[in-house]
Design a protein around this ligand. Structure first.
Ligand code: EPU
Length: 595
């Protein structure tokens, strides 16, 4: 029997111990429970998030959806010979206890990961790592429940796509698989095989022999205790940031030029890893307090809940760190902790038509208006969802728009079509390419157009410093960006097929003239819709004001905003006063919150 708890207090389910609640919560003990849960209304009509030991999570406000938690236990040696041992453990086994158990049974391989808070399931999801070893190095297979097909599947390490603190479970298949059990391939030996990492190397040198796995586990716990807060005493989620892995050319040219002391380690071809703790300490944050949150003085990579911190305190401190480190070193830190929120924020970066408002050389009253609401850059929006920043269209004004909203980080770019006013700013995406290509989602025809126009970005030998893009072609089917579901909506811009996007209960459509009934059906049940309305007179390729209002009336979003205005639409204040209830004119800088 499954019980769905309402208004569940999650505070004690995360090691940060920051107050958080969920509207719904359920636990499961086996696959049968999962089948029942995934067939329920509670599951099918809500956002769903699966938690493990809560050692790497920060809830930003109440979670407006269903939280799932595994109760699958058990650990067992299931195959053993002289050289290898296969061990399997349930996803909700405590990780640190499991590692101790392996060590007590003379099974080597995981001892460098001793003392890490969290559960077995997270070792696969997060590919936990410490002191020269990552869980993914020892994982043989991961048994999962596939929530799409409701079947049990077993993934091999190559299918898990392990990377630095990441895996398929955190990226392309986020939210799809629930880890049931993890198998590890260990060695039946009491001798450590991995003691080359800085402090362990000096430990082995002091011993003058190969350390035993028990000695390594004890030493790792001792080092951890000396640097990291004990979650039972002081709330934290371990390292708050990842150690940034960046392009070697950028590191040598930009980072070392600003500060020749920045340390780095080789991290693959043309890549270096930089210790974030060092950057944060050198940026002056050691022990820094914001509200109840603090940078842990013994290890600056860790943020702690020093004194009844709120999620807002932690996020304010983290944003200040990200900003200052970037200003000082030219390196953008990324949180390693998963920030969980069901809120979505949309910032309108531009609300004007292709020429913008004011139009160059126009003396009309709208173009001469002193009201800032009448100054409209080309149409674009930034969507903040699931802790990610998604940009819709890259206008010729992108540089100004990014500076204005203090944009520091991008997780993906969604393109509606390839008209110049929607893609003219691509070269200015350069600052977001320093640690790898920017991923761009676009139609096939748009991709072809951009390859022609931006040929210098797609040559086999690139001029150093040109922007680099990972172009992902989309169809009319939904796709995922690190687990966030994006639904393309095909519309016609005159005769040209182009796309708009639905993300959760929000949709952004620009340059629409017509939309088929099939695509229109994707627009029902919205909490917010941004849609174009060019002017009051008809236009062959854009909705006019009355056409846009008729479409809004048909699909009935809770609230709607009009964008892509020409100066002919009139003054912002006039338009605002004549719109029906719950319909508003966009303006540059408008922030929309969808809960
Ligand atoms: N450093 C500083 N100041 C600081 C912290 C670190 O200058 O405040 C310097 C250190 O002196 C050292 C370098 O930065 O030269 C790296 O520090 P350390 O070896 O302690 O490791 P880390 O990069 O800070 C990573 C993991 C830890 C893991 C340790 C040991 C990440 C994000 N963090 O930290 O993992 O325990 O290595 O392997 O990769 C966790 O993920 O929660 C975690 C604690």
């Amino acid at each position: 029997m499954i019980t769905f708890e309402h208004n569940k207090d999650l505070t004690s389910l995360t090691t940060f111990a920051i107050p958080a609640r969920a509207r719904l919560y359920a636990e499961y003990a086996d696959v049968k429970d999962l089948i029942r849960i995934t067939r329920s209304d509670e599951y099918n009509s809500n956002n769903v998030f699966h938690i493990g030991g809560g050692s790497n999570l920060l809830f930003d406000g109440e979670y407006d959806g269903l939280i799932l938690k595994s109760k699958i236990k058990g650990r067992q040696i299931y195959l053993k010979d002289d050289k290898t041992v296969y061990v399997i453990a349930g996803a909700s086994e405590n990780w640190s206890d499991f590692v101790d158990w392996c060590v007590e049974n003379g099974l080597g391989g995981l001892e460098n990961l001793a003392g890490i808070p969290g559960e077995v399931g997270a070792s696969a999801v997060q590919n936990v790592g410490a002191y020269g070893v990552e869980a993914g190095d020892r994982i043989f297979s991961v048994e999962c429940f596939d929530s799409f097909t409701r079947k049990v599947v077993t993934l091999k390490p190559n299918e898990c796509k392990f990377g630095y603190r990441t895996s398929v479970f955190k990226t392309e298949a986020k939210g799809r698989y629930y880890v049931l059990r993890v198998s590890y391939l260990l060695t039946p030996s009491d001798e450590s095989s991995e003691y080359g990492y800085g402090p362990l190397k000096s430990f082995a040198e002091k011993l003058g022999r190969v350390p035993t796995i028990g000695e390594i586990a004890d030493e790792v716990k001792r080092i951890r205790d000396s640097k990291l807060p004990n979650p039972a005493e002081i709330g934290s989620a371990g390292s708050f940031f990842k150690n940034p892995v960046i392009n070697e050319y950028y590191f040598n040219e930009e980072v070392l030029r600003r500060n020749p002391d920045v340390p780095s380690y080789k991290a693959g071809e043309n890549l270096v890893k930089v210790p974030a703790g060092w950057l944060i300490e050198q940026a002056g944050f050691k022990g820094k307090v914001v509200g109840g949150a603090q940078v842990y003085p013994k290890q600056c990579l860790v943020l702690v809940n020093k004194n009844n911190a709120s999620a807002e305190d932690v996020l304010n401190l983290s944003n200040e760190i990200i900003k200052t480190v970037n200003e000082k070193f030219g390196i953008m830190l990324e949180p390693e902790v998963n920030i969980i929120s069901t809120k979505m924020k949309i910032t309108i970066l531009g609300s004007g038509t292709s020429k913008g408002v004011p139009e160059i050389a126009c003396g009309c009253r709208v173009c001469r208006s002193h009201d800032m609401h009448d100054k409209r850059l080309r149409a674009s929006a930034l969507v903040e969802v699931d802790g990610q920043n998604l940009l819709i269209d890259v206008t010729p004004d992108f540089r100004q728009q990014a500076l204005r909203c203090d944009l520091h980080h991008l997780d993906g770019v969604l393109i509606t079509h390839s008209h110049y006013d929607h893609v003219g700013g691509f070269d200015d995406l350069r600052p977001f390419c320093f640690n790898g290509p920017v991923t761009v989602y676009l139609r096939h025809d748009v991709n072809e157009d951009l390859h022609r126009r931006l040929d210098y970005c797609f040559k086999s030998h690139l001029y150093p410093g040109v922007p680099v893009f990972d172009m992902k072609e989309i169809s009319r089917s939904p796709f995922y960006i690190n687990g966030t579901r994006i639904l393309p909506i095909e519309v016609r811009h005159g005769k040209l097929p182009i796309v708009g996007y639905r993300i959760g209960d929000f949709a952004y459509l620009t340059d629409v003239k017509t939309i088929s009934d099939e695509e229109k059906s994707k627009l029902f049940g919205l909490k917010g819709l941004v849609i174009n309305a060019l002017r009051r007179r008809e236009h062959f390729a854009h909705l006019s004001l009355s056409e846009a209002l008729a479409l809004i009336d048909e699909v009935k979003p809770e609230r709607a905003w009009l964008t892509h205005f020409s100066h002919e639409m009139g003054l912002h204040s006039e338009v605002e006063s004549m719109l029906p209830e719950n319909v508003y004119p966009c303006y540059d800088g408008l922030e929309i919150e969808i809960k």
